[in-house]
Design a protein around this ligand. Structure first.
Ligand code: FAD
Length: 337
């Protein structure tokens, strides 16, 4: 006989699933959706109920492209809320708008990307709604049960939330982006209610423009570490290999701290968490904090002169070699192929 407690647990969870009315905060950058928004939509769909997208910005005109992109994500509805103070999605004015929408629309779940913006806004929304935030969600077992990494990805914890509203950020690299559909999606555009105080001021932003694929979403990434030894050799080994493979460039924290590569290229626990089809680690030892950002890559290639380097424990293909010989040779062979 099934024990009473588990029968109750099952019916409670099945009920939770049936009543799902989820919302997704759709992050945009310069009026276009960021790729992680489509991953968060997939996570919200996994809950098994209705999914509404929420776009927030200065005015409707500035969100035109993002609205068109959102309509193709297979959402049931799209809410667009605007106010001049929401132009740069600062957390203070934005969080109360989201909290108000959740309360008014009766959303059971609010999902968003586990991006710098998501990590800034969501804890405030959680505070305003008096619920806990569930961060960096990797899988959804049912409408109240989620898994997320702990200890830099060395363990996975299963979290069951009894909060009335489940608020979570989704790890982009473990959710496929929602595929474009032609299905109908109602769009409701209105002035935002409950805009929060402008306690912070947007001053300026420096965006590095690059023709290269974006590190967060590129299918192939070539990363360099401290073993590359200088910025000059980073530029003369890692960049040509990345060019030959049409890859994005990444770096270990040691390489970033030594000035070989930009901060925005750091892969790892305190950098970007990615899962490309191919990750090539050059002169990187494989510290756990670095592995936390790339060990879910489909194929990992490591080039390191130390046969005992921990990176070889996660590598599918390992080459014990001096990178200054191996990388130019490999680059030449790929260019000739
Ligand atoms: P090293 O560990 O010094 O490794 C260099 C490797 O290059 C060695 O294995 C060596 O054998 C090899 N090598 C040297 N010369 C050659 C050659 N000629 N040919 C081939 N191979 C060669 N690190 C991150 O990367 N990302 C993070 O997000 C991150 N977050 C952190 C957060 C915290 C809280 C802490 C404490 C640390 C964090 N770190 C992070 C740092 C991390 O612990 C390591 O220090 C760092 O990853 C080491 O970088 P590395 O592998 O490039 O350098």
């Amino acid at each position: 006989a099934i024990p009473r407690t588990s029968t109750r647990a099952f019916s409670a969870s099945a009920r939770a699933q049936a009543d799902v009315n989820a919302a997704v905060f759709l992050e945009d950058k310069g009026g276009e959706l960021v790729p992680a928004a489509a991953n968060a939509v997939t996570a919200a769909k996994k809950l098994g109920g209705k999914v509404t997208g929420i776009l927030i910005g200065k005015d409707e005109a500035s969100l035109e492209k993002a609205i068109a992109m959102s309509k193709k994500l297979g959402l049931d509805a799209l809410l667009v809320r605007h106010a001049p103070a929401l132009e740069h999605a600062l957390a203070e004015p934005t969080a109360p708008v989201l909290a108000e929408l959740v309360k008014k629309q009766g959303f059971t779940h609010l999902a968003g990307p586990h991006s710098a913006l998501g990590k800034n806004i969501f804890p405030r929304v959680a505070g305003l709604l008096d619920v806990q935030q569930i961060s960096d969600v990797m899988s959804i077992q049912d409408a109240e049960t989620f898994t997320r990494p702990v200890y830099a990805g060395n363990a996975i914890s299963t979290v069951r939330s009894q909060d009335a509203i489940k608020l979570f950020t989704a790890r982009a690299s473990t959710w496929e982006p929602a595929q474009p559909t032609e299905s109908e999606c109602s769009v409701d555009v209105a002035a935002a209610e409950n805009v929060g105080p402008e306690q912070a001021q947007w001053v300026s932003e420096e965006i590095v423009k690059s023709e290269r694929p974006d590190l967060a979403s590129a299918p192939t990434v070539v990363s360099g570490g401290r073993g590359v030894k200088s910025k000059e050799s980073f530029d003369s080994t890692i960049i040509p290999l990345a060019d030959a493979l049409g890859a994005a460039i990444g770096a270990s924290r040691a390489a970033v701290d030594s000035g070989y590569a930009e901060n925005s290229l750091q892969v790892g626990q305190t950098g970007k968490v990615i899962a490309p089809n191919l990750y090539v680690a050059v002169g990187i030892s494989g510290a756990i904090q670095h592995l936390a950002g790339m060990k879910d890559s489909k194929t990992i290639v490591a080039i390191n002169k130390d046969a005992d380097a921990p990176i070889f424990q996660v590598a599918d293909v390992g080459l014990v070699a001096d990178l200054f010989e191996a990388v130019p040779e490999l680059t030449k062979k790929i260019e000739e192929a």
